[in-house]
Design a protein around this ligand. Structure first.
Ligand code: PNS
Length: 161
């Protein structure tokens, strides 16, 4: 039976860590929906449209990936799209409590929905969008942190403020 999973996140902006998780999920499942969502506790630097475009360009070589965005609950969207599981990357113990809370909340809202955690690649263990934003906004080199094809756009955008 065909399996569809979703990789949700703020992706503000996409990092090599995100692309690693999406790529690995695309090899394990038939379809991967990458969802750019609102995290009500964060104020994003990039617009939803910008984040979608950066993700589309960063994953354009992966056939079974679709990038979407929607307002509302992830658990509800997964029900509508018949998503089998949420796939998230876990970087360190510090991620665990937050991710565990979201996984259990989503399971309560949609009992059919599983959450699968992939351990971050050793090279991406320390990476985060907030770190990318901070380094780039202070003129630092982010070429090791974001996909090559979107690097220049992210640098220019964060330099503009
Ligand atoms: O990359 P992030 O910011 O850690 O991702 C968090 C995100 C966007 C996946 C989460 O905030 C989310 O699912 N937002 C959509 C609204 C929702 O369903 N909230 C309840 C989550 S338990």
């Amino acid at each position: 039976m065909s399996k569809t999973v979703i990789c949700p996140g703020s992706f503000d902006p996409v990092t090599l860590g995100h692309v690693d998780i999406i790529t690995r999920a695309s090899k394990m499942f038939d379809k991967v929906i990458v969802a750019v969502l609102v995290n009500s506790s964060k104020t994003p630097s990039f617009s939803i449209e910008e984040r979608i475009e950066l993700l589309q360009d960063s994953t354009c070589g992966i056939e079974n990936v679709e990038v979407v965005s929607f307002n509302g609950l992830l658990a509800e969207y997964c029900r509508e799209r018949k998503v089998d599981a949420i796939v998230k990357g876990l970087r360190a113990v510090t991620d665990f409590e937050y991710e565990f809370q979201m996984a259990l909340t989503n399971k309560k809202l949609n009992p059919m929905l599983e959450t699968i955690f992939l351990t971050a690649d050793a090279d991406s263990m320390y990476l985060s969008s907030s770190m990318v934003r901070e380094v780039a906004s202070m003129g630092g080199d982010i070429s090791n942190f974001v996909p090559k094809c979107v690097h220049q756009r992210i640098v220019e955008r964060l330099n503009k403020g």
